[in-house]
Design a protein around this ligand. Structure first.
Ligand code: KG4
Ligand code: ZN
Length: 334
């Protein structure tokens, strides 16, 4: 089955093609137009998607070596995400479906992140535990044997990616700060500063990262700008350790409580090297298999959207793949 996936929920204009669980192409453009604003401007994102989509889709089809007529279906992100950008992707996908005659499916972006793990490890099958860590979401979900989703915990304030981005901003890094912060962290001492780990040992699988943000701001103020700059790598390493540490702790607790032997980690933050290393190490000692997507599939992309549609089609769960966009769609509702 050959599927095209289109992703426009935020500031990545992306398209990709899969043949069953094989990636045929993965093309994306991170919109540069937002850089001077320190965050994503929804109206600019919509216009950029409109401008970039035709070229990105043509390139994704070209690299895959398929034409519109070869497609068995077209999938697009119907939520969660920014309303305008989602509508641009939905309309574009609909036009392509009309032109090609291929069926059209609306897909949950978070299921897309999860499908990225299966695209990298096709023998992944439920039951397993999933840690979703992106710029907008931080969730621990149980995927039961029948493929249904059961939420175990979520962030009560900032998402893990947001924690990287907001603390990075305090430290003077550009947006999104996650990748740069983790690069700088490699040269720093993770034990240099003891930053808080929210909701530690509270018995829940929930997270809270807002306290970390305030603690970093206070530390930078206490050090003064010059010293803070001089100790940037130590600050980054310690921030990363606080975020990764609590993610690992809670994920292991949830895996133990659900008695699973497989954990899948997905979303933009799953590209983080320290998270990969710590969770894999901890898993080894407990007989837990920890699976990540290939790094090229961790952050937003269109290939994972095609994968999410494929997973639903294979398991016959096609009921929730409507065309209506829903900016607040949650994992498990679609
Ligand atoms: O999944 P994603 O591409 O978009 C959303 O759906 O939100 O995730 C983007 C988030 C950003 O917050 C970014 O800073 C973070 O993922 N991120 C990272 C790394 N790469 C991306 N955070 C930490 N370390 C990384 N290597
Ligand atoms: Zn995402």
């Amino acid at each position: 089955m050959i599927l095209l996936g289109i992703e426009t929920s935020c500031d990545e204009t992306a398209a990709g093609v899969v043949r069953d669980w094989q990636v045929l192409s993965n093309v994306l453009r991170t919109q540069a137009a937002h850089a001077t604003f320190g965050g994503v401007v929804p109206e600019i994102a919509s216009r950029e998607h409109l401008r970039l989509l035709p070229g990105i889709v043509a390139q994704a089809l070209g690299e895959a070596g398929v034409g519109l007529g070869d497609l068995d279906g077209i999938a697009f992100t119907r939520g969660p995400g920014l309303a305008g950008p989602l509508l641009v992707g939905a309309s574009f996908a609909r036009a392509l479906a009309l032109e090609s005659g291929a069926p059209l499916w609306g897909v949950n972006h978070l299921e897309g992140h999860l499908a990225a793990v299966k695209l990298s490890q096709p023998d992944l099958e439920p039951p397993f535990l999933c840690l979703t860590v992106s710029g907008g979401h931080t969730e621990i979900t149980m995927i039961d044997s029948d493929g249904s989703f059961r939420g175990l915990g979520a962030t009560r304030d900032d998402a893990a990616g947001e924690a990287f981005d907001k603390t990075g901003k305090i430290l003077g890094l550009g947006y999104p700060a996650g990748p740069e912060l983790s690069r700088l962290a490699r040269e720093g001492d993770p034990a240099a500063f003891a930053f808080p780990r929210g909701l530690r040992r509270d018995g829940s699988f929930d997270f809270s990262f807002s306290g970390l943000k305030s603690a970093v701001a206070r530390e930078v103020e206490r050090l003064g700008p010059e010293t803070a700059q001089g100790r940037l790598q130590d600050l980054c390493a310690s921030v990363q350790e606080a975020i990764v540490g609590i993610l690992v702790e809670k994920t292991l607790e949830a895996a133990e409580s659900e008695r699973v032997s497989v954990v899948a980690v997905c979303g933009g933050v799953s590209a983080n090297g320290r998270l990969r290393e710590k969770l894999r190490q901890a898993g080894e000692g407990r007989g837990l298999e920890v699976l990540f997507p290939e790094v090229s599939l961790c952050t937003d992309n269109g290939t994972m959207i095609a994968g999410a549609a494929l997973w639903r089609l294979e398991t016959g769960r096609t009921g929730e793949m409507g065309w209506q966009v829903d900016p607040r769609l949650e994992l498990g509702t679609a």
